[in-house]
Design a protein around this ligand. Structure first.
Ligand code: GDP
Length: 348
């Protein structure tokens, strides 16, 4: 059997199959004298971190180590999918570590968004999960909104401790770190250190900062209940909004269905008349029909009228599962489809 090779940067066992997984190295790079994985290569030469994924169980191992340290923990969440990207197992592990929350992708929200209210909501949400952030930041890593504030906050802490950044996959953690490195005056020449967490060498990467402390990137945690973990990269491009979301309002009479492309459908059962305010990427084709015609319409038109996904991809996706909700007239209610968007229902 061939001898197993390890990355000389982070210690991960090297593999050539999956670029998204730990230890990936292109075949061509296996011939080199110094073997480092692609993730380490990019940090070393371009000062740039790359997204990498692990399951939540493996991630908990890393968290054990975080809990034993006194590092500043930054949890990055996606404002477009808070439920799907919030890592709920944290309180047990982060213990007394200082903790802040960074909510990314504020650029997808209208300019009129009341940030104070959003922060308040996020604090409440975190509190319900027994997390009490010292600060909540609303940012856009891509549009460079709110980054200076984080850098300023972190710089004050950096003198005392390392900074550990955690988040679910696709929240924009890498984009954020890549923006923060120059702001936190990371060294130009990055010397990779083998991860300082024993037993988890295959998972974290430490980026040395100028004052001797480190910024530690952890792999993105996979949450299987999110749409983004099921669809193809092409569909992901369509369902992840790129521009501020424009709500589309559909008036549904009794016993009508709304299709969200061919990915999900919502049936209004009964004889009420309600508005369904849809907050989804503009590239998701929303289509209204009668419930009695919905099954047939899906069979005939998925991948065409009802897209994304494409017809071929639709065949590879698991069948839809049914969830029932009863909504009353007192308050507006949001039904969230993790990773896809949400529908606000005002009515019964
Ligand atoms: P990671 O998996 O958490 O490391 O996330 P990445 O940094 O690789 O970003 C995941 C996806 O989110 C990419 O498609 C980015 O273009 C997108 N993204 C990252 N930051 C932002 C942001 O501030 N706004 C928007 N709209 N998209 C973002």
């Amino acid at each position: 059997m061939e001898e197993k090779k390890y990355c000389e940067g982070c210690g991960a066992p090297l593999q050539t199959e999956d670029p998204k997984k730990i230890g990936y190295i292109p075949n061509s790079a296996l011939e080199k004298d110094t073997l480092i994985c692609q993730r380490c290569f990019r940090i070393k030469h371009y000062n740039e971190v790359q997204s990498i994924q692990i399951d939540e169980n493996d991630f908990l191992q890393i968290l054990h180590q975080v809990g034993d340290s006194n590092n500043l923990v930054i949890q990055v969440v996606d404002l477009f999918d808070i439920d799907g990207t919030f890592i709920t197992g944290l309180p047990r592990f982060i213990g007394k570590n200082p903790f802040i929350m960074v909510a990314n992708k504020i650029d997808l929200f209208p300019k009129s968004t009341n940030e104070r209210k959003v922060k308040h909501w996020l604090r409440n949400y975190a509190g319900k999960h027994h997390l009490f952030p010292e600060e909540v930041f609303l940012i856009s890593a891509e549009q460079k909104i709110g980054l200076e504030e984080i850098a300023h906050y972190v710089a004050n802490k950096q003198a005392e401790q390392d900074i550990v950044v955690i988040g679910a996959t696709n929240v924009g953690k890498s984009s954020l770190i890549n923006q923060l490195i120059p702001l936190l005056k990371g060294k130009k020449e990055v010397e990779l250190t083998t991860s300082r967490y024993p037993g988890t060498t295959l998972s974290t990467v430490s980026i040395p900062l100028s004052d001797g402390h480190h910024l530690i990137d952890t792999p993105g945690v996979v949450h299987r209940n999110r749409f983004i973990e099921w669809v193809s990269p092409d569909t992901l491009k369509l369902i992840a909004p790129r521009k501020p979301i424009k709500a589309k309002v559909f008036q549904l009479r009794g016993n009508q269905t709304l299709f969200l492309g061919g990915l999900a459908r919502i049936d209004q059962v009964g004889n009420t008349n309600n508005s369904f305010i849809c907050n989804f990427s503009n590239d998701i084709n929303i289509h209204r029909t009668k419930i009695e015609k919905a099954d047939e319409l899906y069979k005939q038109h998925v991948g065409e009228l009802l897209q994304p996904p494409s017809k071929e991809e639709a065949e590879t996706l698991p069948p839809m599962t049914r969830h029932s909700f009863k909504v009353n007239t007192d308050t507006k209610k949001d039904i969230v489809i993790s990773g896809l968007g949400w529908i606000t229902i005002d009515g019964e």
